[in-house]
Design a protein around this ligand. Structure first.
Ligand code: NAP
Length: 280
């Protein structure tokens, strides 16, 4: 039996074994998917060990997404653009790195009928924000404001887009309101409101500035209803939670691992049902 892993530290709370387990069971393939703790600094040992076993690939989470880069033979376009990897296929002695963050975000936005959007406000400048902002700019957003508490981090992210579509901005309510007034889409890529994060948004009045019909996408999937989404919906805005992105990413990863296209609608159904049971 072949094996897939999700590696990280910590990794025990990862939802990937639930999602992938459900999809693999539906497909009836002889592959198992498990969480495998790998501490920072342990990647080289893990890779050598995995290549000697029946491991055909793995997903990577904190703290490995960037440290993996020099250890791989090949990177896809998105992984190279973000400088981070979250999916690795071990095929014929080669280590091939992918990153599903941006494509998973785009698929979720399309499902939520929030894409295309010309002007976008992205909250946050961490790893998820980097993938989202760079992907949306690459896919045609004319202007993406990257609003972050730590402004130099936003500036550093924006400098990675040579086309000049990304603009760094602050995270104060006045700035957010001014930019929301010009945007069709707001994407939260911060931890604010996430289960286990001690902080939430202090002031969501900037949502008032979004025009009628604008979309609000919160990458957070636990809880399913964040205060950002509740307040956006109360204002009549279109809303979308992070579950769809999480599931779309898993489907994309499984297509890479199995090297074949999947019935994405069916896979999303079985993964969604399994996750709902686990999170409820
Ligand atoms: P990260 O690299 O640690 O970045 C966290 C971001 O949140 C930074 O921009 C940080 O700002 C900001 N932040 C944290 N605390 C804050 C506070 N009190 N006030 C204002 N800003 C604050 O994390 P990440 O990997 O990008 O993940 C971000 C979120 O996206 C997480 O909730 C994660 O679960 C979610 N996510 C979801 C999916 C999905 O598939 N649905 C995929 C990836 C990530 P500073 O730079 O100022 O510290």
């Amino acid at each position: 039996m072949s094996t897939l892993h999700v590696i990280g530290d910590p990794v025990v709370h990862s939802k990937s074994p639930i999602i992938h387990g459900a999809m693999l069971a539906e497909l009836g393939v002889d592959v198992r998917y498990t969480a495998h703790p790998v501490p920072r600094g342990g990647l080289e040992d893990y890779l050598v060990w995995a290549e000697g076993q029946d491991v055909i690939g793995f997903n990577a989470t904190m703290p490995h997404k960037e440290d993996l880069l020099p250890l791989l033979d090949e990177l896809d376009g998105d992984a190279a653009m973000y400088g981070a990897v979250n999916t690795v296929c071990l095929q014929g002695g080669r280590r091939i790195g992918h990153n599903t963050d941006g494509q998973g975000c785009l698929a979720a936005l399309e499902e939520g009928e929030m894409w295309p959007a010309e002007q976008v406000v992205v909250l946050g400048a961490g790893g998820a924000a980097r993938a989202v902002a760079l992907k949306l700019a690459r896919e045609g957003a004319r202007r993406v404001w990257v609003c972050n508490r730590t402004l130099p981090r936003a500036a550093e992210l924006c400098a990675q887009n040579s086309a000049g579509a990304l603009t760094p901005a602050g995270f104060d309510v006045e700035t957010l309101a001014k930019l929301c007034g010009q945007a069709q889409l707001l994407v939260n890529c911060t931890n604010l409101g996430m289960e286990g994060c001690p902080r939430d948004f202090d002031d969501l009045s900037f949502l008032d500035a979004l025009p009628t019909g604008a979309g609000v996408f919160d990458l957070i999937y636990h809880p399913a209803q964040t205060s950002l989404l509740v307040e956006a919906r109360r204002r009549g805005l279109n809303t979308l939670g992070g579950l769809s992105m999480l599931i779309n990413q898993a489907i994309l990863a499984l297509e890479f691992f199995l090297d074949c296209p999947l019935d994405r609608v069916r896979m999303a159904q079985v993964a969604g049902q399994a996750l709902k049971r686990a999170l409820d």
